[in-house]
Design a protein around this ligand. Structure first.
Ligand code: PEP
Ligand code: MN
Length: 362
């Protein structure tokens, strides 16, 4: 994901808008004191934008759903007293008008809203004629086209400063993440929309504190342009998302530990060595494809043979045997269980598709 954006936030009217852009602040605004204490602690850190949710889209009713417009007063105090830029989430037209009325500097659209084209279009229409930077989080479901559609609707309203936020995707499976990152999706978005700055939200991907550093570093290594990290003066007592929030001091340490790698090098010997290694990778990729092609030809022969003998395509015992064998062999080669599982399930599925086609061809 090679960003072509040298200065992704140029013209966004943010202070310290160098890459990586850091957005920090609590999940939710809770009280003026909580907002001011957190913002004061963040003031002298490398933070470009202070975030706080005012209206909170919660999964179940009767939980804390945000303080509402009073929180916008507190954000105004952050702007005035601390001279910081502020951002909040909008989910409907009323929120947009309120955010504009209070002079919020940047808005973002959450994952539940970006999944809904009707809501996106209404928000886009309400933003016509306004020049406010807007970040659009990925929809909760892993659908790049839906994410692109949401971005296009906002751009269609004439908004020129549009960014994307990767916050991971909901899954039924229990994983180590709250929302699985599925990095290939933001990578695909960037390929399709290379001019859109992209930042990562490790807080909502992780859902916990101990893997925030690792996710943040991974995002930077994939050339993301910034991070949005939930930060609270007293995270354990937060009214929402307590488990994933960190203190400003912890944020400062996290940022200090990040390694910013160069996107390109002008060192000739590095370039030549890399070229050389890439030639070898390309050669192995070709070999892999040739081997897979040969394997599929054999699967097709088996398909014909099964058809002639009127035998079903899926043979669960045989498939389990293959999977067990390859998992074991993969482990001996230091290949992760996840990888072998995904790879062989995909190969097996392709074999089944080919055999099904043969079965059903006249
Ligand atoms: C948030 O940023 O607090 C939030 C609600 O995020 P998401 O829309 O990604 O769930
Ligand atoms: Mn949150």
């Amino acid at each position: 994901m090679n960003s072509i954006l040298k200065k992704p936030f140029e013209g966004w009217n943010l202070e310290k808008a160098e890459r990586p852009l850091i957005i920090a602040g609590p999940c939710s605004a809770e009280s003026e004191e909580q907002i001011m204490t957190t913002a004061r602690q963040l003031k002298n850190m490398n933070v470009s934008l202070f975030r706080a949710g005012i209206w909170k889209p919660r999964t179940r009713p009767n939980s804390f759903e945000g303080v509402g417009s009073i929180g916008l007063e507190w954000l105004k105090t952050v702007q005035k007293e601390l001279n910081m830029k502020v951002a909040t989430e909008v989910a409907n037209v009323k929120h947009v008008y309120e955010a504009l009325r209070y002079g919020v500097d940047v808005i973002w659209i959450g994952a539940r809203t970006s999944a809904n084209p009707f809501a996106m279009q209404e928000i886009a229409d309400a933003l016509k004629g306004v020049d406010l930077p807007v970040f659009i989080k990925n929809p909760v479901n892993p659908d790049v086209e839906l994410w692109i559609g949401a971005i296009e609707r906002i751009m269609g309203a004439g908004i020129s400063k549009v960014g994307a936020i990767h916050r991971g995707f909901s899954t039924f499976d229990k994983t180590r993440y709250r929302n699985t990152p599925q990095w290939q999706l933001p990578i695909e978005l960037r390929q399709k929309m290379p001019h859109i700055p992209m930042i990562c939200d490790p807080s909502h991907i992780a859902g916990r504190r101990d893997i925030l550093q690792e996710i943040s570093q991974k995002a930077l290594d994939l050339n993301f342009d910034g991070l949005i990290i939930e930060t609270h003066c007293n995270p354990d007592k937060a009214w929402s998302d307590a488990k994933q929030q960190i203190t400003p001091v912890e944020l400062d340490k996290l940022i200090a530990k990040l390694v910013l790698r160069h996107r390109v090098s002008d060192n000739n010997s590095f370039i030549e060595t890399l070229e050389d290694l890439r030639v070898q990778i390309d050669k192995y990729d070709d070999e892999l494809l040739n081997i897979i092609e040969e394997r599929m030809k054999i699967a097709e022969t088996i398909g014909k043979f099964k058809k002639e003998n009127n035998i079903t395509i899926l043979q669960p015992d045989r498939w389990q045997e293959i999977l067990n064998k390859t998992l074991q062999k993969g482990e001996n080669r230091e290949l992760s269980i996840d990888f072998i599982n995904t790879l062989f399930k995909a190969i097996h599925q392709e074999s089944i598709n080919k055999q099904t086609k043969i079965m059903n061809d006249d």
